[in-house]
Design a protein around this ligand. Structure first.
Ligand code: HEC
Length: 170
């Protein structure tokens, strides 16, 4: 009995040490400094350009509440048609360890996956902390369409042109 009480006290102490005040155990370590660093990294590495609706056109004018909610507009090229994923939902449903692994996976263009792969664990963890601090929002983006497949959304075409004709006139 006595040893059980002692173990309970040890466990409670360990939890207290691992969990800063006001932070849930799951998000322990995601302190304000880490979240701010993540926000900075997301801003300077251009994630909003593609993963945020209006990101490329409006830049910082897009409210943070809409950041990284994904783009329902495809990016089409020889690789097929890809959609910049909803990172708010994606990161909201994975553990930090899963994120470190997934963030370094090779992706289809125009995702600059090699930039993520070059980031340190600390940088990736900061991005994770920031995106999770925003909370889940938006809906999942459409699924990838293989080359030649039927695309049912608007899409950008990434094919070099030698004339000045807009792609829409094809
Ligand atoms: C030039 C556009 C572009 C930029 C900039 C960009 N992404 Fe992406 N991202 C994409 C596209 C398109 C996909 C889908 C790729 C695929 O289907 O393989 C994607 C996919 C991802 C995925 C995979 C998500 C999943 O599980 O489905 C992650 C994670 C990701 N991007 C994170 C980032 C982060 C973090 C940044 C900023 C450092 C960033 N992206 C910048 C276009 C972009």
């Amino acid at each position: 009995m006595e040893s059980r009480i002692r173990w309970a006290a040890v466990a409670a102490l360990a939890l207290t040490l691992a969990t800063p005040a006001g932070v849930s155990a799951a998000d322990a370590g995601h302190d304000a400094a880490s979240i701010a660093r993540g926000r900075y990294l997301v801003t300077i590495s251009g994630c909003n350009d593609c993963h945020t609706p209006g990101g490329m056109e409006k830049g910082p004018a897009v409210p943070e509440a809409q950041w990284l909610t994904g783009l329902p507009v495809g990016f089409q090229g020889p690789w097929g048609t890809t959609y910049p994923s909803n990172l708010r939902l994606a990161l909201g449903s994975m553990t930090e360890a899963q994120w470190l692994q997934k963030a370094r996976q090779e992706r289809l263009p125009p995702m600059p996956w090699f930039n993520l792969r070059a980031m340190t664990d600390a940088d990736l963890k900061a991005i994770y902390a920031f995106v999770r601090s925003l909370g889940p929002a938006g809906v999942a983006t459409p699924a990838y369409v293989a080359p030649g497949g039927k695309v049912t959304t608007p899409y950008f075409v990434f094919v070099p042109r030698t004339d000045a004709q807009p792609v829409a006139s094809r």
